[in-house]
Design a protein around this ligand. Structure first.
Ligand code: SF4
Length: 613
């Protein structure tokens, strides 16, 4: 049963030497860290030091799948990428769907780890256990769509290709990695595309015919059948879900308006609904339902998603849907994280309004709120690091340090990472989840808190049989910690974070953690309990915390931008709400067994089998 669910091998590529090696995984590694983010945390912890710079040959760029990747567990064709983030200088992590994750696994490897720096641009081609570095001089400068097309022509028309665009090549600190070309699946956050660009690695193409063995295929299929709706996914189900989601996001005040200053944006919801209902579903490989984030336009390009339409739309007071789709497509082609892009552009617009950034700085470009032409032009400049794009390409934290003075007030980030499109004043548990997230402000590490607090999903197995009050601070430290542990399991199995709240798979209370543990056991042949599984999640989250502590992080950094703590928006579904972060952090640290300074105690580390060495 040793290799059930796993291919058993990780490919190491040393770009400085142009050499490959293969390392076998140990059973201990699997049982303690599961795969995906868990493997990456253990490896990055051991192979780097407190001083390793994101842009250095010693930094690793880790692509990892998990035990369920490429199996018939639903929503499991994903992969994760981890590295030291050039944006935050701490743990960096990003996730993507599509088909790249399962294809890597079919090629015979659970993961691929890149170290060193190539002297010239190269791409990596992995097929059925063989790996080869190929010249990529002709690809340098191409966008991600064209790169995918050319690489497929040169390798295999059905290869899955993860690539960087000009933003990654130009070391934009929030450059992302895009896989599957026009389908535009993004490993978006933390600037890991820039690490790839620094290493002179343009793309990784994967293809394979090997399938992972699983312990009990029949049981997996049976359990998935239990969850699927008998009537299939009709357009009515879909429409209802669009309406429901948008209500939660917009009507409940859970979205950014004017760089997080306002609580409403007239007509925005209706415009998004119109657009989303027109989009064509295009689920990731192995996803039985699809979701609002996996649709295509009439041109066959990825349709705009929430984490683009809100950061680049309402956050900048732009509601021109055509312009927003264009901006989104450009971000995917150039390889830019749309959350951070919206973050720096709304920051620049506020600085422009306050005369901190002038027309002289922008070479005449008018950065007034709502100017969609300026949005498009800034995306071009950021990706090419031209003009003011050179400064904005550093992210809001560094850009605010450059402009100085009140610019700090308008730079919204946690630990250097720009804020995703969910407002911690509307869902109070996000306040503590953002403040303590492994990468900085991340929604995906505690994603399901919003479905619990403003959706219709309950999680009795985690102790939530009644919907908590979304404005109440008490208990939210514990809630955030529980969901962080659970999400670290999901990101290590590796399957889709939307699985728990998957609209079509829910049966009254959504996909519960017991399904996750069943799937791990059916795939591997293990006999984990829910508590065993959550302990693995806690171990992984705590190891990432230790990684960040080694790089200087403590309670002083577990903060939110002042705007979230002191500014009431005065309108919308969370007009008067402000989170009591200090109180929640105390509860959070106590629940986690950490000191008041946010450091895991020796006792806690021992309990989790971790050491500080
Ligand atoms: S729910 Fe959406 S993002 Fe997740 S696997 Fe399915 S299609 Fe992909």
């Amino acid at each position: 049963m040793e290799n059930m669910g796993y291919m058993g091998k990780i490919l190491w590529v040393d770009l400085s030497e142009g050499k490959f090696s293969i390392r076998e995984e140990t059973n201990d590694l699997r049982k303690l860290y599961l795969g995906g983010v868990g493997f990456a945390a253990k490896i990055l912890w051991e192979e780097t030091t407190a001083k390793t710079d994101a842009f250095s040959p010693e930094n690793l760029l880790i692509f990892m799948t998990g035990p369920v990747t490429g199996t018939s567990v639903p929503c499991s064709s994903r992969y994760i990428v981890a590295s030291i983030s050039p944006l935050t200088n701490i743990w960096g992590e990003a996730h993507a769907g599509g088909s790249w994750g399962s294809e890597l696994k079919f090629s015979g490897f659970d993961g691929v780890i890149i170290r060193g720096v190539s002297k010239r641009p190269v791409y990596l081609w992995i097929e059925d256990g063989e790996a080869e570095l190929r010249d990529a001089k002709h690809l340098w400068g191409l966008d991600t769509y064209s790169t995918c097309e050319v690489v497929r022509k040169e390798t295999d028309p059905n290869a899955s290709v993860a690539a960087i665009g000009p933003a990654g090549e130009n070391l934009v600190r929030f450059a992302c990695i895009i896989n599957d070309g026009k389908i535009g699946r993004a490993a978006a956050r933390c600037g890991l595309g820039a690490v790839m660009g620094y290493k002179n690695l343009k793309a990784i193409a994967v293809k394979g015919t090997k399938k992972p063995k699983v312990y009990n295929e029949d049981k997996i299929r049976e359990s998935v059948k239990e969850l699927l709706p008998s009537g299939g996914i009709t357009s009515d189900v879909r429409k209802n879900f669009v309406m429901q989601m948008l209500t939660h996001f917009v009507e409940d005040g859970n979205f950014p308006v004017k760089n997080w200053l306002k609580g409403t944006f007239e007509g925005f919801k209706e415009k998004i609904i119109d657009e989303w209902l027109k989009a064509k579903p295009s689920p990731c490989r192995g996803c039985p339902t699809g979701c609002l984030e996996s649709n295509l336009t009439d041109n066959g390009e990825r349709h705009i998603v929430w984490e683009a339409v809100a950061p680049m739309g309402s956050q900048c007071l732009i509601d021109d849907m055509k312009a927003l789709q264009k901006a989104y497509t450009l971000c995917n082609m150039y390889g830019l994280d749309t959350i951070s892009t919206g973050g720096v552009i709304s920051f620049a617009m506020e600085c422009f309004e306050k005369n901190i950034i002038t027309r002289e700085d922008t070479e005449g470009l008018d950065l007034s709120w709502g100017n969609s032409d300026a949005l498009i032009e800034l995306i071009e400049r950021i990706a090419r690091r031209r003009s003011i794009g050179k400064i904005l390409g550093e992210g809001v934290k560094r850009a605010s340090e450059f402009f100085g003075g009140l610019a700090y007030e308008y730079a919204l980030h946690v630990k250097g990472l720009e804020i995703p499109a969910h407002d911690p004043r509307a869902i109070i548990s996000y306040a503590v989840a953002y403040a303590t997230g492994s990468v900085g402000a991340t929604h995906t590490e505690a994603l399901r808190v919003h479905q619990l607090e403003i959706g219709n999903f309950l999680y009795p197995e985690l102790g939530y049989s009644i919907k908590p009050d979304r404005f109440e601070s008490c208990g939210k430290g514990i809630l955030a910690a529980k969901f962080q542990n659970l999400h670290n399991v999901i990101d290590s199995m590796v399957c889709c974070e939307f699985l728990l709240g998957n609209w079509a798979l829910r049966r009254g209370t959504g996909v519960q953690p017991s399904y996750l543990v069943k799937w791990i056991n059916y795939v591997t042949g293990w006999d984990l309990s829910i508590n065993d599984m959550l302990k693995i999640g806690e171990r992984i989250f705590t190891l990432k915390r230790m990684f960040n502590i080694r790089r200087g992080i403590s309670r002083k950094d577990d903060i939110l931008p002042p705007r979230f703590l002191t500014h009431k928006r005065g309108s919308g579904g969370a007009a008067e709400s402000l989170p009591f972060l200090g109180k929640m952090l105390n509860e959070y640290y106590r629940y986690r067994g950490w000191s008041e300074e946010g450091l895991p105690t020796e006792e806690k580390l021992k309990e989790l089998g971790l050491s500080t060495k």
